[in-house]
Write a protein that binds this ligand. Structure first.
Ligand code: PHE
Length: 456
């Protein structure tokens, strides 16, 4: 028994698929269905997709394997794991703290967006979304975004769902719900893509996605692809480390990580095959930025037969995706208090959920002109909400990824590092993995930062 290791009954995954679905559930989220299609649109299509896939395979996947491997071998959550590996007072422990802190922030804005989706699902299902035609759709987003009370309630409902599910435990909560929500998501998505395939814009959409014209891609797009690779796989913050800590045994991390990456990528590409055909068929620009889902798509729903039903199914799909990601953020934040502070799961999850609800308030008020006059502008004309999303996705998540790559690649001793990797995997795979963590991932991530501050 290692000194300081947790003794509490931490829970464990019951089946391999349960784990893969939960981890894929963490990865598949708003990043895949909301963000990915519009950044593909912004960056001109195929070439960006190709670069994104390369980033996922050569940088995201190796860091995912590193996170899962640390969690599994130590059976601890990030703060405790870094304390055990680097020493209680080591600066590396800050990497664990970074993840726990960011989990609070991430869920605070994620739940506001998910709350908007809950309202959209309701509007679409009740037939209200398309009823007044295209003009009304445009007003709907302004109304939802500007409605402070509605945004608060939506976020609270979403946080409440997360608290209930994570509070029930790894096996009876996270695993069970992931085994329900993820297959539901796949069925809904495939069904909607099947419908999109019947639209005339489908061929054009496929061409847009898979025609690789590298001339189209600029450096900004390259680095955006890398940044998104971290966010979409949920790596860099220790969430995957936490999920790995409920895994038994010494094998299977590499295979499971590949399965997670394949599922995540499949959902990202299928989302494009759903959204672009709608955009092309109904004459909407595919580059329509973050409003794509809230404004452009509902316009398509308003014009198509049975659009209310298609819209409702679409927003329910988004909620399934957001929920399974939310579970992993809440688990990451709460598990610190369970493992290291000895709180009961219920206590930890409700208190953490309560703090997140408070943090969600300023995000929920972002569009409210009632509360903040002409808008809540915190700094340089950007709202608190925008600043937070930018800070978390473009800075803190890649920073965490850099930390993991450096820690596992350079700081861990060879014996410990090898012990965290799967047994029975060819030595060449191990060496390739190590080379990526040492020589490829760190400079690539540093490049993202240099671009962020305008130096490249
Ligand atoms: N991967 C999630 C998405 O694509 C976001 C996420 C990041 C979830 C980090 C958990 C931790 O939406």
């Amino acid at each position: 028994m290692i000194a300081g290791a947790p003794t509490a009954d931490r829970g464990a995954w019951v089946t391999r698929w349960g784990f893969v679905l939960a981890a894929a559930g963490s990865a598949v989220g708003l990043g895949n269905i909301w963000r990915f299609p519009y950044i593909v649109g912004e960056n001109g299509g195929g070439a960006f997709v190709l670069v994104y896939l390369l980033c996922i395979v050569f940088i995201g996947l190796p860091i995912l394997v590193a996170e899962l491997g640390i969690g599994r071998s130590l059976q601890r959550t990030p703060v405790g794991a870094f304390q055990q590996l680097a020493g209680r007072r080591s600066a590396w422990v800050g990497l664990g703290w970074l993840g726990v802190t960011v989990a609070f922030l991430l869920l605070s804005f994620y739940s506001v967006v998910a709350g908007w989706m809950l309202r959209y699902a309701y509007f679409a299902a009740s037939g209200a979304l398309g009823r007044g035609g295209v003009e009304q759709v445009q007003q709907t987003f302004g109304m939802v975004y500007g409605d402070a009370a509605g945004s608060v309630v939506g976020a609270l409902v979403f946080i409440g769902m997360n608290v209930a599910m994570v509070g029930a435990g790894i096996q009876r909560g996270v695993e069970r719900w992931s085994r329900i929500l993820m297959p539901a998501l796949f069925v809904l998505l495939v069904g909607l893509v099947g419908y999109a395939a019947t639209l005339e814009g489908f061929g054009e959409a496929v061409g847009f996605l898979f025609r690789f014209d590298l001339g189209q891609l600029d450096r900004g797009g390259l680095l955006e692809a890398l940044g998104h690779a971290f966010f979409t796989l949920s790596v860099g913050l220790g969430g995957m480390l936490t999920y790995g800590s409920y895994l038994p045994g010494k094998r299977g991390v590499v295979e499971n990580a590949i399965a997670i990456v394949l599922l995540d990528t499949a959902v990202a590409l299928l989302s494009c095959l759903l959204i672009f055909p709608l955009a092309f068929t109904f004459g909407l620009p595919p580059t329509e930025s973050p409003g794509l889902i809230f404004v452009s798509l509902p316009m398509a729903f308003a014009q198509m037969p049975a659009g209310g039903l298609v819209g409702a199914v679409f927003f329910i799909l988004l909620i399934c995706a957001a929920l399974t990601s939310g579970l992993s953020m809440l688990e990451l934040a709460s598990s610190y208090f369970i493992d290291e502070r000895g709180w009961s799961r219920r206590q930890a999850v409700t208190r953490v959920g309560g703090v997140i609800a408070v943090l969600a308030l300023p995000c929920a008020l972002t569009g409210s002109t009632v509360v903040f006059g002409s808008g809540f502008e915190a700094f340089a004309g950007k709202s608190y909400f925008d600043l937070l999303v930018d800070l978390v996705t473009n800075w803190l998540t890649p920073l965490g990824g850099l930390g993991f790559a450096l820690f596992v690649g350079w700081r861990l001793g060879p014996g410990v590092r090898r012990g965290q990797f799967d047994e029975g995997v060819p030595e060449a795979v191990y060496r390739g993995w190590l080379a990526v963590l040492r020589f490829l991932a760190p400079p690539a991530i540093v490049l993202i930062f240099l671009r962020g501050i305008g130096l490249v």
